[in-house]
Design a protein around this ligand. Structure first.
Ligand code: PLP
Length: 413
């Protein structure tokens, strides 16, 4: 008999991970197939929790369905790119032009595409720890090296500027920031954003600023755009989209916007355009939601009260979750100031946790609650997990009570 050939994935996938949808989700699906009711608190996905988009956004997509039969311009439909440019101009970011706006199938595609255009094998890219794991995975996919800098839990999870600075080497080419942050819920202070831009300025790094949670900022926190701090002498790519505040993740409508010394970035932007051309175009249907979503948010056309408003549903659920977590002995949670998540610390000694993956799997099997382990976000120690704060107050409260009960059973003393 002829010998069998094994068909293997490429070596480039060796360090590529995306645990948010990894083996733990497979196990949750297995439990569900056995008839168990799993409370999925693993994805920042609004619709399953009844948090629907404004109807005008859905209507805009419906109205665009006929036109969307065609391929669009590979960088996206002009009206949407113009709306994105206007959105940033209104926020004081000068010189944003539709020509420098690239639409994509969500920010996810644009992260991969931009890094493919920018990074050579061996280039070092500074990425926060914890991070949204697409960033680390996409750097690894290019053959570049993700170098993680630490966010400081004792400083509301703001990144440590000293740690960033200490990790810059002659091979560093870009610096990623995620603000507001997934998974920590941090909203970086103005000093932090300026400090990061200064490091990029001094070391001639490209800033890659993931701001998909830009509008999800609560209490007295304020969002500060990296592109503003970067000014006209630091090349900055800002990533945003409709998946979070606009609650249409399934439409896959995201964008990347280049600002700063674009006269020095022609070659890179041509590379991003080339890859945009090769992918032909983003899903055309979702693009039709962009101008309505962004344009309707101007002060000239005020919107009815929304779930993301200060004092609204999301702010309450984040606070409720953090408070409930903090009432569990051996658990502490920095109150999130933005985004959709809590990233609590668990006392690994007290609960006998050596592997956070084992911990979240056991929690899933015994309580049927699906959360994500902290090391899945490239956090170095097995002492955190991420919980999505989207369900109704009562369900959230019950979920945290179950987590507390489970941890109580694990206590060593
Ligand atoms: N960036 C961050 C920080 C995220 O949390 C997410 C999704 O959760 C994404 C990007 C991906 O967003 P999109 O739906 O636009 O691909």
């Amino acid at each position: 008999m002829a010998s069998m050939t094994m068909f293997r994935q490429s070596h480039r996938l060796k360090n590529v991970r995306y645990d948010v949808r990894g083996p733990i989700l497979t196990e949750a699906m297995r439990l569900e197939s056995e008839g168990h009711d799993v409370l999925r608190l693993n994805l920042g996905n609004m619709r399953p929790f009844g948090l629907t988009a404004r109807p005008e956004i859905v209507d805009a997509v419906a109205a665009g369905l006929d036109a969307a039969q065609a391929y669009s311009d590979s960088r996206g439909i002009p009206v949407a790119r113009e709306a994105v440019a206007n959105h940033y101009q209104r926020q004081g970011i000068d010189g944003v032009r539709p020509d420098n706006v690239f639409l994509g199938n969500g920010v996810s595609e644009l992260i991969t595409l931009t890094l493919q255009a920018l990074v050579n094998p061996g280039d070092e890219i500074l990425v926060p720890a914890p991070d949204y794991p697409t960033w680390t995975g996409a750097v690894n996919l290019t053959g570049g090296v993700p170098v993680h800098y630490l966010a400081d839990e004792s400083n509301c999870w703001n990144p440590s500027l000293e740690d960033i600075e200490s990790k810059v080497t002659p091979r560093t080419t870009a610096l990623v920031l995620i603000n507001p942050n997934n998974p920590t819920g941090a909203v970086y202070s103005e000093d932090t954003v300026r400090g990061i831009a200064d490091i990029a300025r001094r070391h001639k790094l490209v800033l890659l600023s993931d701001e998909i949670y830009e509008e999800l900022v609560f209490g007295d926190a304020r969002h500060h755009h990296a592109a503003r701090a970067a000014g006209d002498d630091v090349l900055c790519l800002t990533f945003g989209g409709l998946s979070k505040a606009y609650r249409v993740c399934g439409y896959r409508a995201g964008w990347a916007v280049a600002t700063g010394p674009l006269h020095l970035a022609g070659d890179l932007l041509e590379g991003i355009t080339l890859l945009s051309n090769m992918r032909v175009c983003p899903n055309a249907t979702g693009q039709h939601a962009i101008s309505l979503a962004l344009g309707a948010g101007t002060p000239d056309s005020p919107l009815p009260a929304d779930i993301i408003d200060p004092g609204g549903v999301l702010e309450r659920r984040l606070a409720l979750t953090a408070d409930a977590l903090n009432s569990i002995p051996g658990v502490s949670c920095v109150a999130p100031r933005g985004a959709l998540y809590c990233f609590p610390r668990v006392d690994t000694e007290l609960f006998g946790i050596d592997s956070d993956e084992e911990f979240v799997l056991d929690l899933l099997r015994t309580e049927h609650i699906l959360v994500t382990h902290g090391t899945g976000f490239n956090w170095p120690d097995p002492d955190h997990f991420r919980i999505v704060c989207l369900p109704d107050d009562a369900i959230l409260d019950q979920a945290v009570t179950s987590i507390g009960r489970y941890l109580g059973r694990r206590r060593r003393v």
